[in-house]
Design a protein around this ligand. Structure first.
Ligand code: HPA
Ligand code: ZN
Length: 350
C-alpha cells in the first residue's frame, strides 16, 4: 500500500487520529467502574455453579441476549439480579482480579472502582465479605501488576438515607480500605440532596466524595451534587450540556466529569455515539475523563470506549492524551504519583 494513503487515512485536518497502540501506551486511570458491572457472563455462570444458584440463563449467549436495555432502570434490574452469584470472599476476589487483569492488558495504571455493599447486605451477606475479597485482590494487583488503587464505597440512592447511614456504620472497621464514598442506582426522583447529612458525615470521617449526577437526571442534580454533597468529582454529568452557565462553572472550577460513552449509548442517553458530547466538552475546556462504567454489560472496557470515540468522533492523539492526562489529574493519587504518569503522557506526545 502507498504509505501516503495510510497517512491520509489516519489524519483529519492535519491531526493524527489516535491508534489503538497509542491509546494502549498512554498511562490511564479508570475512575468510574462498578466492580459488579465487570462480572462477565462466563464468570457469572461459573460462580452460579460453584454456589448452587439457579440463574434464568442457561448459557453465555442467553445472558448476552438479555443485555438489551432501553434505559438505566432496565439495566439495573438485571445488574442487581446478576450480583446474586457473588456469595463468598473468594467470589469478590475473583471478580476484582479478572478486572485488574483487563486493566493490565489495557495500560491502566491506577483504578478507583466502586462497589455497592447494600446490594450484598440486602441479600444477607455479611458486610465484610465483599469488602475483604475486593480489597485483597486490589492489594495483590498493586503488588503483582503495579496497578495502584483507591476503593470507593457507593450508596444506593433508591434506598433511604437512614439505610445508607447503616452502611456507613458497618464500614467503620474498614475505613482504611476505602478512599471515599459514591452514590449510584436509579437517579430520577432520587436527587443528591436526599443524602446531604450522609455525605457530611463521610466528609467528617476524612472520606472523599463522588456522586452519579446528570446521567438520566436533570442538570440541576449536578449542581446539587456539588453544593450539597461537596463532591470532588461528578460521575457521568453529561446533561450539563443543557445549561451553559453550569458548563462555565465546570470549566472555571475544573470539576472532573467521569464520562462513560458506551454506557450512555447502551442505556439510550444518546441514540448514537456520533451524538455524544464528550469531545465537544473536552474542546471547550471541561475536565472530562473516559471510563467504562459496567463493561461486562455495555460491550467493552476502557480501550473500547476510547476506540468508540476514535471511530465515531474522530478522536485525535492530542485529544486522547488530554483525556488520559485528565484521568490522572482527577484521581485521588498524590501530586508526586500524578506527575510520574503525566510526564510519561507528555513523552508519548512529543
Ligand atoms: N448509573 C447508576 N447506577 C449504576 C450505574 C450507572 O451507570 N452502573 C451501576 N450502577
Ligand atoms: Zn456508573
Amino acid at each position: 500500500m502507498n504509505p501516503n494513503q495510510t497517512f491520509l487515512h489516519n489524519t483529519l485536518n492535519g491531526q493524527q487520529i489516535a491508534s489503538l497502540q497509542f491509546l494502549k501506551a498512554l498511562p490511564k486511570t479508570e475512575l468510574h467502574l462498578h466492580l459488579e458491572g465487570s462480572l462477565e457472563p462466563e464468570l457469572m455462570l461459573k460462580l452460579a455453579k460453584r454456589n448452587n444458584i439457579t440463574l434464568p440463563y442457561a448459557s453465555v449467549e442467553a445472558v448476552r441476549e438479555a443485555y438489551d436495555f432501553h434505559n438505566l432502570q432496565s439495566f439495573l434490574d438485571i445488574y442487581y439480579q446478576c450480583a446474586d452469584v457473588l456469595q463468598t470472599e473468594q467470589d469478590f476476589y475473583d471478580l476484582t482480579w479478572a478486572y485488574l487483569l483487563k486493566c493490565q492488558e489495557e495500560g491502566i495504571v491506577h483504578v478507583e472502582p466502586f462497589f455497592d455493599p447494600q446490594t450484598h447486605t440486602a441479600r444477607g451477606l455479611d458486610f465484610k465479605i465483599a469488602i475483604t475479597g475486593i480489597y485483597n485482590a486490589l492489594k495483590d494487583g498493586e503488588k503483582k501488576l503495579s496497578i495502584s488503587f483507591g476503593l470507593i464505597m457507593s450508596f444506593l440512592r433508591h434506598l433511604t438515607e437512614e439505610e445508607a447511614f447503616e452502611c456507613l456504620e458497618q464500614a467503620q472497621p474498614f475505613l482504611s480500605y476505602i478512599v471515599g464514598v459514591g452514590l449510584d442506582s436509579s437517579e430520577q426522583g432520587n436527587p443528591p440532596e436526599k443524602f446531604t447529612k450522609l455525605f457530611q458525615a463521610a466528609a467528617e470521617q476524612g472520606l472523599k466524595r463522588v456522586a452519579h449526577a446528570g446521567e438520566e437526571g436533570p442538570s440541576t442534580y449536578i449542581e446539587t451534587a456539588l453544593d450539597t454533597l461537596t463532591v470532588q468529582r461528578v460521575d457521568h454529568g453529561v446533561r450539563c450540556t443543557e445549561d451553559d452557565k453550569l458548563i462555565e462553572r465546570l470549566i472555571r472550577e475544573q470539576i472532573p466529569l467521569t464520562v462513560c460513552p458506551l454506557s450512555n449509548t447502551k442505556l439510550k442517553v444518546y441514540e448514537h455515539m456520533s451524538e455524544h458530547p464528550i469531545v465537544g466538552l473536552l474542546e471547550r475546556g471541561v475536565n472530562v475523563t473516559v471510563n467504562s462504567d459496567d463493561p461486562a454489560f455495555f460491550g467493552g472496557y476502557l480501550l473500547a470506549n476510547y476506540m468508540a470515540l476514535v471511530n465515531d468522533l474522530n478522536l485525535n492523539r492530542a485529544q486522547a492524551a488530554q483525556l488520559a492526562a485528565n484521568s490522572v489529574s482527577s484521581s485521588f493519587l498524590n501530586d508526586n504519583q500524578k506527575q510520574i504518569h503525566l510526564n510519561k503522557i507528555k513523552d508519548l506526545t512529543q
